[in-house]
Design a protein. Structure first.
Length: 434
C-alpha cells in the first residue's frame, strides 16, 4: 500500500508539472497570436512526439520527456546585414549564429514576412516573452493563497504546550533545572499545558508573533494574563523575568546562535494548522519570494556541497537545490505520510506552488536561451533606438540576438551540467521530508 501511495504521489506531481509547463507556454502562445506572430508549434515536453493535433496554423502536442516545453515562433532572429540568410560559415561560433538565424525562418510561408517575431515593436516582444513566466507567477500566487487561506499552515499558536519549571538561559545547552535556577513566571502564575492565552497585559491577541513581542517587551513587569482553560477565561498574574532569549530578525524569525536580553514567561507554544487572512498571506508570500531570490543567488555557492552529497559522503542539506526528479520523489513521500488527507493535499499544492515560483524567477534571469535573455535583448534594442532618435542618428535597426547564441550555448551547457549534478544527487542522496 505504501509503494502504491508513493507511486500515486509521483503521478500527481507529474500531472501538476505538465500543467505548469503547459500553462507557461500558453502565456507565450496567447500573446504571440494576439500580436499577429505565426506560431507553427505548441509543445509540452521534449523528445519524440507522443500525441499532436493541428488546429489552424499551429500544431499542438505532447512529447515524451516532461522536463519543459516550447512554442516555435517564426522570425525569432532578424536576417543578416544584407537582408538574406547568410551561408553556413566554417567558424564554429559564426555557425551557431547562422544556425539560429536559419531555424528562425523555418516554415516561412507566403505573407509571413509581416508576421515575424523580430518585426514586432520591442515592448510587444517583451510582453510575449514575459507572459510565460508571468503565468507561472500567477499560478504560484493562486496556489499559495489556496493553501494559506483555505487549508492553513503549521505555525506556533498562543496555546501552551508545556510549562518550564525554571528560568534557563536559552544560550545554555541544557534542559534540566539547577537548584540555583529561579522558578519560571509561568509556573509561579499557575499556567498549565492546554491553556490558550487570549490576552496579555490587557492586549487581546490570538497571534503568536504579537504575543511573543509583548512578552519580550515586558521584562520586570507584573502583568495580567487571561487564558482560556476548558472553555472558561481565567486571569493569572505573572511577573515577567529577564532572560537571554533567541534574537529575532526584522521578519520575526529567530536568528540562529544569537541571543538578547528580553522578557521571559517560561512556556512552550503549541504548533497547529492556522488559516491566514489575505494580508498575512501576502506578507508570507512576499517573504517566500525574498527567500527564493536569495536561494537562486546562492546556487553557485551550493555546488561543492551538492557535489559532495552526490559523489562523496556529505549530507544532503534540507535547502539543497532539487530538480524535477527530487520534487517528484518528495511528492511520493507526501502521499505516504501519516497525516490527514487535507494536509497531504495542502503539501502537494504548496510543492507545486513553490515549483512555479522557481520557474518564474529562473526564467527571468537575463541570459539566453531563457525568456529573460530575450527580454533583455528587446529592452536593449528599445534603448538604443530611442537614444538614436534623441541624438538624431540613423535608426540602428533590430538588435540581432542571434549574435549572442555562442554565449547562449555556454550558458545552456552550464545549466545542463548543473541539472545532471542535481539529478544524480536526487537519485543517490535525495532530500527527504519528515
Amino acid at each position: 500500500m505504501t509503494t502504491l501511495m508513493f507511486i500515486l504521489g509521483i503521478v500527481v506531481f507529474a500531472a501538476g508539472l505538465l500543467f505548469s509547463i503547459a500553462w507557461h507556454e500558453l502565456g507565450h502562445l496567447s500573446t504571440a497570436k494576439m500580436f499577429g506572430i505565426r506560431v507553427p508549434q505548441y509543445m509540452v515536453g521534449f523528445g519524440p512526439t507522443l500525441w499532436s493535433r493541428n488546429r489552424g496554423e499551429t500544431e499542438y502536442g505532447v512529447k515524451a520527456i516532461p522536463f519543459g516545453g516550447y512554442i516555435r515562433m517564426i522570425g525569432m532572429f532578424p536576417p543578416g546585414p544584407d537582408g538574406r540568410l547568410e551561408a553556413r560559415s566554417t567558424s564554429p561560433w559564426r555557425g551557431m549564429i547562422e544556425d539560429a538565424r536559419s531555424a528562425a525562418f523555418e516554415e516561412l510561408g507566403p505573407g509571413d514576412e509581416k508576421r515575424l517575431f523580430y518585426t514586432r515593436k520591442p515592448w510587444k516582444r517583451v510582453v510575449v516573452m514575459f507572459a510565460g513566466p508571468f503565468m507561472n507567477l500567477i499560478l504560484a500566487v493562486v496556489l499559495f493563497l489556496i493553501v494559506l487561506m483555505g487549508f492553513g499552515i503549521q505555525q506556533q499558536t498562543t496555546t501552551v504546550s508545556s510549562v518550564s519549571p525554571c528560568v534557563i538561559s536559552q544560550s545554555e545547552n541544557r534542559d534540566e533545572c539547577k537548584a540555583s535556577d529561579p522558578r519560571s513566571p509561568a509556573e509561579a502564575a499557575g499556567m498549565k499545558a492546554g491553556d490558550k492565552i487570549v490576552a496579555f497585559a490587557g492586549v487581546r491577541t490570538d497571534d503568536w508573533g504579537t504575543l511573543s513581542d509583548l512578552i519580550r517587551d515586558s521584562a520586570g513587569k507584573s502583568v495580567p494574563i487571561v487564558v482560556d482553560r476548558d472553555g472558561q477565561e481565567v486571569t493569572l498574574q505573572a511577573k515577567i523575568a529577564t532572560n537571554m532569549v533567541a534574537k529575532k530578525d526584522g521578519n520575526g524569525a529567530y536568528v540562529e546562535g544569537e541571543y538578547v536580553k528580553a522578557g521571559f514567561l517560561g512556556f512552550s507554544a503549541a504548533t497547529g494548522v492556522v488559516k491566514q487572512d489575505f494580508g498575512d498571506s501576502v506578507t508570507w508570500m512576499t517573504d517566500r519570494v525574498g527567500d527564493a531570490v536569495d536561494s537562486l543567488a546562492a546556487l553557485p555557492s551550493k555546488v561543492p556541497a551538492l557535489w559532495d552529497a552526490a559523489f562523496g559522503d556529505g549530507p544532503r542539506e534540507p535547502d539543497s537545490p532539487m530538480g524535477v526528479v527530487g520534487a517528484a520523489r518528495v511528492g511520493g513521500e507526501i502521499a505516504t505520510l501519516d497525516i490527514p488527507a487535507s494536509q497531504q493535499l495542502a503539501m502537494f499544492v504548496m510543492l507545486l506552488a513553490g515549483f512555479n515560483l522557481s520557474l518564474f524567477l529562473f526564467n527571468m534571469l537575463p541570459l539566453l536561451p531563457l525568456d529573460g535573455g530575450h527580454i533583455a535583448g528587446a529592452l536593449w534594442e528599445s534603448l538604443r533606438r530611442n537614444l538614436a532618435r534623441v541624438l538624431r542618428r540613423p535608426d540602428p535597426g533590430p538588435f540581432d540576438v542571434a549574435k549572442l547564441m555562442p554565449v547562449a550555448y555556454v550558458v545552456a551547457g552550464i545549466f545542463v551540467c548543473f541539472t545532471l549534478l542535481v539529478l544524480i544527487a536526487d537519485v543517490v542522496n535525495p532530500v527527504r521530508i519528515s
